[in-house]
Write a protein that binds this ligand. Sequence first.
Ligand code: FES
Length: 143
Amino acid sequence: MDRRNFIEKSCLTCLAVAIGGVTLNSCSSMKTVNSFADDGYLILDKTEFEDANTQEEYNSIIVTSNSLKTPLILFKTGSDSYEAVSLECTHKGVKLDLVEDKLECSAHGSIFEKNGTVIKGPAKKNLKRYSVDKTITTIKIQL
Ligand code: FES
């Protein structure tokens, strides 16, 4: 193997590992937090976005509650900014999956932006968005 072939094969191997890593990352299970409603809000500690074992930060977490028919997903959109949208497809109510940076419905193929905007039907309505407030240590999702 000459030097050129070695470099080409090395680059392809690195690319395959990088793509494989991204794929594994996007397929890994997401953190789910259960929260109880308090005075019309779901209240979460901001540390929920930190992995206690690895100290890595999640970009999003799923929030369940006895006050929600379908879980919502809470995105960390900046150093201290958050967005929450329902995971209930507006077509026929199937729970959506986060696939890379889109919310996809496995039932009939609707796709939504992370902010809830529908980008592919059959769903016609955007996802329900929740108002998010915060304190120094908590995130408050208004139901
Ligand atoms: S229920 Fe989601 S596209 Fe039909």
